[in-house]
Ligand binder design. Structure first.
Ligand code: PDD
Length: 276
């Protein structure tokens, strides 16, 4: 496997992390997971825009455009000849003695490398179950930060309870998103999802869903759902780079609609396949 480290291409065996990399000591960095279909990046521009947004918000001095990251990522793809998969990319604030304030002279450290990803076909066809868990993350979930401790804790909770994903809520009146996905309800033909603000990550797949809704004439409404409203939904689904569009048939004891994969979710899945 060939990795991109800053501006250089190296072998996996040459990749080393300094113990004082701030990504390692403070989780001081940001990341992206970018899907590859048929040997090409999917919605790369959107990922690079979000990456720049995250970098700006945490004050890491890295300019995606002037570093020509797009060209470097194309080269990375060519060197690894990936047909179907993903690239994991992270940028940390760099290496410096462990002191909390931003160091004045550290250089951002970038790593990008292929990770195996394949579409969860069974889940997409049959639907999945979710479990509700309180959202105790910080209030800047719009930043794609390396700090995923609570996300991994609640994902494990979901796995332990036999669910595919944790559905997070700030209060009974405020459902946010999944531990690694966005959540959507469908009611009376409308797709309902949390507004893109500091409580959720504005998913690139969420943007793809928005585009598909527009092209198919399905209303896409940004609305905060409550826990009680889940029982009233006709359909539900989650979406992410790795899951794509996965229908939800049950949330804890609440059966969604008639408990089978709904028609609108199927339409969105078909639209997604067309998009890629
Ligand atoms: N996670 N919300 C959270 C908290 C996420 O971690 C993700 C993605 C999403 C969906 O974003 P996108 O559509 O851009 O993938 C929403 C990635 C896949 C991960 O951490 O592996």
């Amino acid at each position: 496997m060939i990795l991109l480290k800053n501006h250089n291409f190296i072998h996996r065996s040459e990749a080393k992390t300094d113990i004082e990399d701030r990504g390692y000591t403070f989780g001081d960095g940001v990341y992206e997971v970018i899907r590859i279909y048929n040997g090409a990046y999917f919605m790369l521009e959107y990922h690079l825009n979000r990456l720049q947004y995250s970098l700006n918000e945490v004050g890491i001095n890295y300019d995606v455009e002037s570093e020509d990251l797009e060209t470097l990522l194309s080269e990375l793809l060519n060197k690894n000849t990936i047909e179907d998969g993903a690239i994991y990319l992270q940028i940390t604030r760099g290496i410096a003695p462990r002191k909390h304030p931003y160091p004045t002279n550290s250089q951002p450290e970038l790593y990008a490398y292929p990770i195996p990803v394949s579409s969860p076909k069974k889940e997409q066809e049959q639907g999945v179950h979710l479990t509700l868990v309180e959202d105790l993350r910080w209030l800047r979930c719009d930043i794609k930060s390396l700090n995923l401790l609570y996300n991994v804790m609640v994902k494990q909770k979901a796995v332990d309870s036999g669910a595919y994903e944790a559905l997070l809520y700030r209060s009974k009146d405020h459902i946010t998103e999944g531990s690694s996905s966005n959540f959507f309800g469908i009611k009376n033909g409308k797709v309902l999802t949390h507004p893109a603000n500091n409580y959720i990550l504005n998913g690139i797949t969420r943007i793809a869903v928005q585009k598909i809704c527009k092209s198919q004439g399905i209303p896409f409404v940004e609305k905060v759902l409550s826990v009680d409203e889940l029982a009233e939904l006709d359909e539900a689904f989650i979406a992410s780079t790795t899951a794509e569009v996965v229908p939800v048939t049950k949330i804890d004891d609440v059966v969604i609609g008639d408990g089978t994969v709904g028609e609108i979710a199927k339409k969105l899945q078909a639209g997604f396949l067309q998009l890629i």
